[in-house]
Design a protein around this ligand. Structure first.
Ligand code: BG6
Length: 491
């Protein structure tokens, strides 16, 4: 039986896209399972002038596809209330406070509060500080927690400034920085695969792993988000957060215990031993791309998308080689890539093991093909599971080896979605799957170096065709090291 959590969730950006697409359905699923039930309330706010009933209708619509049980939806939505609010109007926070206190009393929440900020990032600090100075934080409950959506700054300097603003109102252990990739089933599974299996962890180092590849591919373009994306680019949008988090989980040492503080300290340690590139290293180890027009003319170039300047130099693709200067990983590169308008929508991690030092089957008369790399592939999306490529004898006459895949695919029915997992973690106070400030800071310091080089060098854009895996230079990056991407099209 699920443990019921008591909390008032105050949501800034309550009418936004994220709230209606992800947050309300996630809360409903928690309600259905009994993680929240009688003692919770959601106070939505945004600038829009809406009545409680209009807001409730919006929430009802956003959760409609989650259940056929109309009564349950109605009961769930009855816990929602709305106040129109301008976050810069300090005086108006008293209205929020009164409403929050009223809901707290009505649902016997006993002072537990979650402040969830899902709005334009320039308001994150203002909201956090006003919550504190206008006394919305309680002192009679078990917790006051702050949930922050991305982006967390646009470089180290701005991220530090934002963090200072937040820290003036909340302690680090009260701040939950969302990285929705950390809510994904198979990203969470990295720790289980590594630390639950001697056969992997014993080999998880530069003696046995040749390289690790991380691919976050998207087939869509920027859609309606060009206003944000063109100021961000793939490096900030995907690499600084999602990819660096995945890298840290793959690279970290074994935590003392499976607890947020222990995991975080190992992740930070790993990120701090990542080599921060100088100008020359940054230009040779990172590749950027921007998509042009598809040969059939059906996909227009990035520079012709709505709200994108015709001379935009924003990258829609990044590939890079990351190197760690530590005992475990020295000499084993991590290759990463991500981009829009690629050959498909998928996320995967390929861990490529070294070949046996001697291939005893490779004498010419055997007819055997050379041994294949052992590859552990973690399929994050759309399918969830993993496979391990091993060399085995095929069952024909003679003795020939061939690669076979041992694979496990999860049944995806009823797998909780990232936001459901993450909100549940917030209610439990478990920071395992959130980015801590030192992690964010290290990731920015690494990414800033690449950005600096790119900001002064003119790219030759567009340089890749929609529907491919990015520019040729991304393949050359590995070819230079006598390697290739495990996932290739037309292979
Ligand atoms: C977001 C980025 O963080 O992640 C988007 O801002 C991107 O540009 C999205 O499309 C990808 O997330 P997912 O879960 O669909 O892989």
């Amino acid at each position: 039986m699920a443990k019921e959590r008591r909390a008032l969730i105050m949501l800034f950006g309550g009418t936004g896209d994220l709230a209606t697409r992800k947050l309300y359905p996630a809360l409903f699923n928690l309600y259905e399972k009994g993680n929240i039930r009688d003692h919770f309330a959601v106070l939505g706010t945004s600038r829009a002038e809406l009545s409680d009933d209009e807001f409730k209708a919006m929430v009802t619509k956003s959760v409609a596809k989650e259940s056929n049980d109309k009564k349950m939806i109605q009961d769930f939505v009855s816990h929602f209330a709305y106040v129109a609010h301008d976050v810069t109007d300090v005086k108006h926070y008293s209205v929020l406070r009164e409403k929050a206190d009223e809901l707290d009393k009505k649902y016997e929440i006993n002072g537990n509060r979650v402040f969830y900020i899902s709005m334009a990032p320039n308001f994150f600090g203002t909201v956090a500080q006003n919550l504190k100075t206008q006394h919305l934080l309680t002192d009679n409950g078990e917790f006051n927690r702050l949930v922050i959506e991305k982006p967390f700054g646009r470089d180290y300097k701005s991220a530090k400034q934002l963090n200072d603003e937040l820290s003036a109102a909340f302690d680090e252990n009260q701040i939950f920085r969302i990285d929705h990739y950390l809510g994904k089933e198979m990203i969470q599974n990295i720790e289980a695969i590594r630390f639950g299996n001697t056969i992997f962890e014993a080999l998880w180092n530069n003696r046995y792993i040749d390289n690790i590849q991380i691919t976050l591919a998207e087939d869509l373009g920027v859609e309606e988000r060009a206003g944000y994306y063109d100021n961000s680019g793939a490096l900030r949008d995907m690499v600084q957060n999602h990819i660096m988090q995945i890298v840290s989980l793959l690279a970290m040492e074994q935590p003392v215990a499976f607890k947020d503080v222990d995991i975080r300290s190992e992740k930070v340690k790993a990120l701090r031993s990542l080599r921060v590139y100088d100008v020359i290293e940054a230009s040779s180890n990172f590749v950027r791309g921007q998509y042009g027009e598809s040969p059939d003319g059906k996909t227009k170039p990035y520079r012709e998308e709505d709200d994108v300047p015709a001379d935009s130099n924003t990258e829609t693709f990044v590939a890079g080689k990351l190197l760690f200067d530590n005992y475990r990983w020295s000499g084993t590169p991590f290759y990463i890539r991500t981009g829009k308008k690629l050959a498909g929508k998928f996320t995967r991690v390929d861990v490529v093991f070294k070949k046996p030092l001697v291939d005893i089957f490779a004498f010419p008369q055997s007819g055997s093909t050379p041994l294949n790399d052992n590859v552990l592939t973690i399929f994050v999306e759309p399918n969830q599971g993993f496979s391990l490529r091993v060399n085995a004898k095929n069952n024909e006459q003679g003795f020939h080896t061939e690669p076979v895949d041992l694979s496990y695919m999860e049944d995806q029915k009823d797998v909780p979605q990232p936001y459901e997992r993450l909100i549940h973690d917030v209610l439990k106070g478990d920071g395992t799957n959130f980015s801590s400030w030192p992690e964010v800071a290290s990731a920015w310091k690494f990414v800033d170096q690449i950005r600096q080089v790119w900001d002064i060098q003119q790219p030759n854009f567009p340089n890749y065709i929609p529907g491919t895996m990015g520019p040729v230079a991304a393949d050359e990056l590995l070819a230079r090291d006598n390697r290739q991407w495990v996932y290739r099209i037309n292979q």
